[in-house]
Each structure stands twice: as C-alpha cells, then as structure tokens.
Design a protein around this ligand. Structure first.
Ligand SMILES: Cc1cc2nc3c(=O)[nH]c(=O)nc-3n(C[C@H](O)[C@H](O)[C@H](O)COP(=O)(O)OP(=O)(O)OC[C@H]3O[C@@H](n4cnc5c(N)ncnc54)[C@H](O)[C@@H]3O)c2cc1C
Length: 640
C-alpha cells in the first residue's frame, strides 16, 4: 500500500484555487468526461467536427504565403547555431501578420480561426521550433489570448492594434519557487494612489519572449480577502509595459533546444501598473491564467503534429534509400514497425488536436479535458516519435546538420528536432500535472456525489443528503457499466469494431475508477501512478475515437483514397493493447514497492550505488543570480 505524504494545507489550497478556475457554461458536453463516466457518446465525435470550406480557403491562402516566407527567410539551423531569430525574419513575420493571427480583424489582426492558426503554427514548427515558440508564446498565452477572453472594449482598442502591428508579448506566471504550483508565487501587487494604480514587485522565471516583450501579462498576489474568518489568497492579472520603470531582465536563459527563443528571468522592482491595466477583475488572476491555458495549450499539440509529420517525411525518405544487409533499411521488419508506429501516431496526434480545435471554432464546447488530453498525448507521443526517428537515422540521427553538410550528406535536422521536442512534455502543464488535472476531472462527478460522505468536515445533514443522492444515482449507473454497448448512437462500417471497443472499455474504465474510489477513499488522490494509468486509458480511448472519426471524415471527402482507414486501424490496434496493459496494471502492479524504494533512495539508503562516479555538481542553497542587466523590450538582452 502506498503511503504518500498527506496533502499539505498549501496543496489543498492550490487544488481549491485550480478548481475555482473551472468554467460552468457549456452547451456541448465533453467527450472525455463522458468516457470517464462510462458513457461513450458517439454523437459527440461522429461526424468529426467540420472545417468550413470558406475558412479552409482563407487558411490555405495564408499558409501558402507563410510557407514561401519560411522557405526563403528563416534558416532553422542558423537560428539554432546563432541562438537568434534575425530581426529581418521577425520583421517579415510581422509584415505577414503572423503576430496578429488570432487578433480580430476589426482590431487590425488577421482574425484567423483557431483551426487555421494552429495549422500555421504546425507549419512553422515543422520548419523552425524557435520561430513557432516566438509566435505561440505571443498569442496562445501572451497578451492577445487573455485580452480576447477577458479584456474590456477599451483595453482591446488600446492593445490589440499594437499587438497586431508586432508589439511582442509574453506570459509571466512561473517563478523560481512556483512552477507547477503557481499558487505559491511570491510576486505581489499592492494597491497605491487610492486605487488608481498597483505596485508590482517580484520575479518571473522562464518568461518566453519576456526579454524582448513590449507587453506582458503578469500574474501577482494581491491582498488576501477573508471569508468566514478563513484567508483566501487573491491573484490578479496585469498587462505590464515592457519598458515600464523597474522592469528588467536579470538573465537570458539558455536551453537544450529552442536556441532562438528569447526567454529570461525578469525582475519587477516597484513597477507602477495603472488600474486600467488589470485584466478581468482583481482576484481572478489565477483563474484567468488557467482558462487562458485551457485553450492556449491546444497550440502545443498542433506544433507537435507538425514535427511528427516532419519526422515521418524524413524516415520515409531515408529508410528507402539507405541500404544495409542487402536491402533498404525500411524493408527490415524492426525498422518497418517503427515507421508504421510513427505514421499511425502522427495521424492520431493530428486527429486528437483537430477535434477540440474545431470545437473551439464552433463555440460553446467544454474542451478543457480534450485540450489537456491532446497536450499530454501529443507531447508524449512525439517524444517517442523523435526518439525512433533518431534510431532509424542511426549515426546520422545523432550528427548535427553542420557536420552532415560538411561531409556532403543530406542534412536531415534530426539531432536538432530531437533536442527541440523534449520541452513539450514540460511546458504548459507537465505530463504529471496533466495526469493530476485529468484524474481530478475524471473523479469529479463521483466526488460531487460522494465527497461529503468521506469529508470529515461535512455536517451530518450534508452526509445524509449525499447518501440520498448516491442511492438515487449509483445502482442504475453501476448496472449500466456492465452492459456491453450502451453508447448513444450505433456505429457500423469500417472501424466500427474500434468504436465498440471504446464503448466497452469506457465501461471498464468507469468501473475501475469507481472501484478504486471505493477501495482507497480519499487516499486515492495520493495514488498518482494508479490515477495516471486510469487517465492514460481515457486518453487512449479519446485518441481511438477521434482518430477513427477523423479517418472516416477524410475518406468521406476523398472516397478514392482509403489510406486514412489503414492508419486509424493500426493506431487503434496499438492503442487497444496499451489500454489492456494499463487496465491490467490497475489490478496488479508494483507501485507500493516502487514508492517505498524511492523514499529510501531519497533518504540516502542506496548512496553506495553512487560510488565510483564524479558527482556532477554540488547543490547551491539559492540559485545564483547576476544583477539586472537590460530593460525588458531592449532586444539587446545578452545572448546565452
Ligand atoms: C523553455 C521554457 C519556456 C517556458 N515558458 C514559460 C512562459 O512563457 N511563461 C511561464 O509562466 N512559464 C514558462 N515556463 C515554465 C514552465 O511552464 C514550467 O517549467 C512548468 O510549469 C514546470 O514547472 P517547474 O519547471 O518549476 O517544475 P516543478 O514544478 O519544480 O516540477 C518538477 C517535476 O516535478 C513534477 N511535479 C510537480 N508537482 C507535482 C505533483 N504535485 N505531483 C507529481 N509530480 C509533480 C513535475 O511534473 C516535474 O516533473 C517555461 C519553461 C521552459 C523550460
């Protein structure tokens, strides 16, 4: 039995804040939430949400211009080598309107749909990841996104035209002491001048575009309020001018990949922010940040789809020309199976991302879970795709473009792609945090019905009414989880068997969640690996459903080409094996032993195992920080 630490008050508070960030008004229910509850609703995924022809045409015209520009003006290997995206490239992107892709037309932007915007980012990411990050940090999480969602008309008029003309923006949430748990942030904003302004003081770490930003959205703690004698932390989002007195770049950060991004540790030293720069309302800053990420994080899987397809393109070309042991390496079964995995999973990444993206364009859909699932699935799957791509290229996969070019070989940029893909599993919600978020959402319908029964703080009256609610809901619900195909709407034709599998497995998943709750009670929230297995089952079921539906939609459009069905079929077969493995792991695992071993390792029990090495470095009590160098907005921030 795992005995993880009980959640601290701080953890409970962080969870409460995250939960208060939920939105309530949806008209299109979540496919994933229904699957976790054992209700696979085929009507939510069939037919696949359409991309209207007019919007497609608008996107095509823009993408063609963008592609030409990237080919002629952005050299990704030079960006990687020099650590700079040249000023001329940035200016060219501004001229094309790339910094205003998501900004409404009436405010000077291109007003692209989310689907077309994501396609543009996927195209850029397939060519140069650093350039994609410049654009997506600016408009998926930077000022345009929260401004669009929460800005007043006055704020939109004031900031959108500037942003569309190329004023670069950034998103400042993370701090040295507050990463996955932003509620631990130390940056504060205090009201001054009788409420006409705020004094912003603190630091923001790894702020992408931050060192060159003209505008930043910065989250800060504002004075707490007290509800029934209990302190409630308050967080507020501010639009901050990059050249405001007191804003400075302490350090430009350098990374394993994405060498061309501008990312830094920023300092806010008694920065005056006018009251009219508060976004939404005081106290709603963390909610704003989390809602921004709800849809903002769809850009990352779109970028992953672009990179996955680039990998497919490279391995396809390489594996049929490279000959070893008497034949092309692509004909040897070990390599062929990798190519099949890459092709089928690249298709699945695209499907699982397009589904919620098109729903965003349609409006009114609850896609928080689908966006987190797309992010989790795409980043993890891309991790394996780039790794297998290196393997298929062999030594050339490990060799830099400059070296390949120097020897006169085709300079496939696999070594760079591998370095650049790794970050996707960390930013915009790490894999572990996505698991926790999705687990919490999967458990939520049960917690809402049963929570009071196990909550020691709940009154007898609340417990009794929870018991009544549970008695009304669970008997019929539980019986339904044993009926093989209880999904709304029937499916037939190609891939029908996979849809039936999703339906059957959603029942098994719902039962497994219910049994885990009954077995572990409130301690379940600490069984992270068990929860991750349950979540991964849900993720693969959503992936199968969206991939099969996407394939059917493509075949309906181009009936002469049935190849999407082949990709969806192989993907589904592979994912079904993963689902079976994960469900087996729910029943039988070594989680408790692994946890105890990890705790022993942390307590130095296996220190002897580290004998015979030269330890990498000694820990510093505090990260060392050079003093402030340049004001934000001065693009002269020192390169790494
Ligand atoms: C290149 C880059 C760009 C970035 N851009 C931005 C940006 O523009 N704006 C911004 O605000 N931030 C940005 N970030 C920050 C990024 O979002 C964080 O790195 C991320 O949120 C994780 O925080 P952390 O690195 O401090 O990890 P930590 O929170 O310290 O976590 C370390 C590890 O512990 C795990 N972990 C943490 N808590 C738990 C838990 N409760 N249960 C289980 N596992 C847990 C994590 O998943 C992770 O594996 C960027 C980071 C990088 C590297």
């Amino acid at each position: 039995m795992v005995t993880a630490d009980r959640p601290s008050d701080a953890a409970r508070e962080a969870l409460e804040i995250a939960e208060s960030a939920r939105e309530a008004e949806w008209t299109h229910p979540s496919l994933a939430a229904e699957i976790f509850l054992g209700r696979f609703r085929t009507d939510l995924v069939l037919p696949f949400p359409s991309h209207p022809e007019a919007d497609r045409d608008a996107g095509r015209a823009f993408l063609a211009k963008l592609e030409r520009f990237l080919r002629e003006s952005v050299d990704p290997d030079e960006v990687d080598r020099t650590g700079e995206l040249p000023a001329a490239a940035i200016a060219g992107l501004v001229d094309l309107g790339c910094f205003g892709m998501t900004i409404p037309r009436e405010h000077g932007g291109l007003g692209l749909s989310k689907t077309n915007y994501n396609r543009a980012v996927a195209l850029v990411a397939s060519h140069c990841a650093s350039t994609a990050v410049w654009l997506s940090a600016h408009q998926s999480i930077g000022v345009p996104q929260p401004l669009k969602l929460f800005g007043t008309e006055e704020q939109k008029k004031r900031f959108f035209p500037r942003l569309a003309r190329g004023a670069i923006s950034a998103f400042g949430l993370t701090e040295p002491g507050a990463g996955s748990d932003p509620a631990g942030m130390k940056t504060t904003a205090t009201p001054i001048e009788g409420g006409r302004g705020w004094n912003l003081t603190g630091e923001k770490l790894w702020c992408t575009n931050g060192p060159v930003a003209d505008l930043l959205v910065v989250m800060a703690r504002t004075p707490s309020v007290f509800v029934e004698g209990r302190e409630k932390k308050q967080f507020t989002a501010f639009i901050v001018e990059g050249d405001a007195p007191g804003v400075s770049v302490v350090h430009r950060c350098g990374f394993m990949g994405l060498h061309g991004i501008q990312n830094g540790l920023l300092k806010f030293d008694n920065v005056r922010v006018p009251a009219e720069n508060v976004l939404w309302k005081p106290g709603l800053g963390l909610k704003l940040a989390l809602i921004t990420l709800n849809t903002g994080r769809l850009t990352l899987p779109a970028a992953c789809a672009g990179v996955a397809k680039q990998c497919l393109s490279i391995v396809r070309r390489w594996a049929r020309t490279r000959t070893q042991w008497g034949g092309p390496i692509g004909h040897h079964e070990a390599i062929a199976s990798k190519i099949a995995w890459i092709a089928s999973h690249a298709f699945a990444i695209e499907a699982i991302t397009e589904y919620p993206t098109r729903l965003v364009d349609r409006g009114g859909a609850d896609i928080r879970l689908e966006a987190a699932i797309a992010k989790l699935f795409a980043s993890e799957t891309l991790g394996r795709i780039v790794d297998e791509t290196v393997q298929i290229l062999g030594g050339r996969g490990f060799e830099s473009v400059a070296s390949l070019r120097g020897r006169g070989e085709t300079p496939y940029p696999v070594e760079r792609i591998y370095r650049e893909a790794r970050i996707n599993r960390i930013v915009e919600g790490t894999t572990e945090i996505c698991h926790l978020f999705l687990a919490r959402e999967a458990l939520d319908p049960h917690l809402r019905r049963l929570g009071a029964l196990v909550d020691p703080r709940a009154s007898l009256g609340r417990k009794a009414s929870a018991l009544g609610r549970a008695a009304l809901f669970y008997p019929a619900w539980y019986v339904r989880q044993w009926i093989p195909f209880g999904g709304r709407g029937s499916v037939s034709g190609p891939l029908a068997d996979h849809f039936r599998f999703v339906s059957r497995s959603s029942h098994r998943l719902a039962r497994a969640i219910f049994h885990a709750m009954a077995r572990h009670g409130p301690a379940l929230e600490r069984r992270q690996i068990l929860l991750a297995r349950l979540v991964d089952v849900g993720v693969d079921l959503v992936a199968i459903a969206t991939t099969c539906s996407y394939a059917l939609a493509r075949v309906a459009e181009h009936p002469e080409d049935r190849s999407p069905l082949e990709l969806a079929d192989l993907f589904s077969r592979t994912a079904r094996r993963r689902v079976a493995d994960a469900l087996r792991g729910v029943r039988s695992n070594d989680d408790g032993q692994a946890y105890r071993l990890a705790r022993a390792a942390l307590e130095d029990r296996y220190l002897w195992l580290e004998e015979g090495i030269l330890r990498a470095c000694e820990e510093r009590p505090e990260p060392s920080r050079p003093s402030a160098t340049a004001p934000v907005g001065a693009s002269s921030a020192s390169p790494v």
